[in-house]
Write a protein that binds this ligand. Structure first.
Ligand code: URA
Length: 446
């Protein structure tokens, strides 16, 4: 089968089942899995192969079942990955505060992109491994949970996801599509909103490839019986002001307190309003936007986040202190600020070099069993659109061991683009697959 795919032939349904079952039961060696993933990355898959791969990965574990009363309420969002993308941490509790049930199965850092599970695990005690029974329990008490793939829940994705991260086989349309949609298929959702990113910090840089992926994901979702739409969003500069696991948790709590950075809030409101509209919790996108804004302002979304932390293993005191803005997460021992080498207006901050430097400083993995340093990260003291003077500090790097090298400082300095003016457009440029209640207007309000 590896040879067949290497030679660009399509695998039939039987062969794909054999491969996925072999991955799940561990009867195929890791080197063979790596070779097959690379063959798929290089030769691609037909839509039929991708759908078969998705369906087999979905049934590699259990398909979650929900009480009848929840019919129409079970929703989720998933992103194709970005830099500083902490939307899930805010959106899951915000939707729960609006009356939805959100059984979010997420992933770890993949390639240069950050992972929701790693961010959540930077909170001491937070347990991403939950049984299907416990998930149901948390959803009935709180309304949302954030969990990882396990031996019971999409185990094939757990294995393939980790090996892709180690073998440069992340940026493959069929592998991304099957990975995302197998998890979402196992959640038995009513509605799913995908955030498909394009730009230098995304897995797919080109808008056309991202658009193709978005359409693919929407088609597979609808084929699985889930009402699915996708937002095409820019991923050039980091989202928000923080990148790095524990720093992103702190920024998410700011956003849950109604004090989030504009771009992050824009994404949360856009994706949330579409989901509320799709599951008929809001009669229009405007009503959905208002509902999300309200729960961010009135503390209801933050209460849900705090309750989710406790339900998933964080002590009541720590969850409360964290949500009240106290410094309970571990901080990196060393911090260094870099100063702008020219004055003007910040036009862009290239997210890819930022993500790569953080990876080298320990925020990401190079081997399956590597642990990561959650406190490594950056804070942007100036961001796109801000005025800046020569000599102003613009970035604070948090690191421990290894130390920040001169070469890394140069790469970070080169990621800052200063000019005379900035043209800011909306982050979300198109919605694919939604029956928008706002007529032809697809963009979300800035
Ligand atoms: N998110 C996933 O779950 N899988 C991918 O392959 C990319 C993003």
């Amino acid at each position: 089968m590896i040879q067949k795919k290497r030679d660009k032939q399509a695998l039939n349904a039987e062969e794909i089942r054999y491969f996925v079952q072999g991955v799940t039961k561990q009867t195929i060696q890791d080197c063979q899995i790596g070779a097959m993933l690379m063959a798929i990355r290089l030769q691609g898959m037909t839509q039929e192969e991708t759908v078969n791969l998705t369906k087999e990965m979905k049934v590699s574990g259990v398909t979650l079942q929900w009480p009848k009363e929840w019919l129409g309420l079970v929703v989720d969002k998933h992103s194709t990955g970005g830099v500083g993308d902490k939307v899930s941490l805010i959106l899951a509790p915000a939707l729960a505060a609006c009356g939805c049930k959100v059984p979010m199965i997420s992933g770890r850092g993949l390639g240069h992109t950050g992972g929701t599970l790693d961010k959540m695990e930077s909170i001491p005690g937070f347990n991403v491994e939950q049984s299907p029974g416990k998930m149901k329990d948390i959803l009935s008490k709180v309304g949302c949970c954030i969990v990882g793939q396990t031996a019971k829940l999409v185990p094939a994705d757990k294995k393939l996801y980790a090996i892709r991260d180690m073998t440069s086989t992340v940026d493959s349309l069929p592998l991304i599509a099957a990975s995302i949609m197998s998890k979402k298929g196992a959640e038995s959702l009513t509605a799913l909103m995908l955030d498909v990113k394009f730009g230098e910090g995304a897995l797919f840089k080109e808008i056309n490839s991202a658009k193709e992926l978005a359409q693919y994901l929407v088609d597979i979702g609808n084929d699985l019986g889930v009402q699915t739409a996708a937002a095409l969003s820019r991923m050039d500069s980091p989202i928000g002001r923080c990148v790095g696991n524990s720093l992103e948790v702190i920024e998410s709590i700011e956003c849950l307190n109604g004090r989030g950075p504009k771009d992050l809030e824009e994404l949360v409101i856009c994706l949330g309003s579409h989901l509320l509209n799709m599951c008929k919790k809001a009669e229009s996108l405007e009503a959905g936007e208002k509902a999300i804004k309200d729960v961010l302002k009135n503390g209801c979304a933050l209460d849900k986040f705090q309750a989710m932390l406790v339900a998933q293993g964080v002590t009541t005191d720590l969850a409360k202190d964290l949500c009240q803005g106290m410094r309970v997460l571990e901080r990196a021992v060393k911090q260094e600020e870099l100063k702008a080498q020219a004055g003007g207006v910040v036009q862009a901050i290239h997210s890819l070099p930022v993500a790569k430097v953080l990876h080298e400083l320990g925020a990401g993995r190079d081997q399956l069993d590597h642990s990561i340093n959650w406190s490594v990260g950056i804070e942007l003291l100036k961001t796109v659109g801000d005025k800046i003077n020569k000599g102003d500090p613009w970035i604070r790097v948090h690191f421990e061991n290894p130390s920040l090298s001169e070469g890394q400082k140069i790469r970070l300095q080169q990621s800052l683009v200063i000019g005379e003016e900035v043209q800011e457009g909306p982050l979300v440029i198109e919605i694919i697959g939604a029956q928008s209640q706002r007529g032809n207007r697809h963009n979300c309000s800035p």
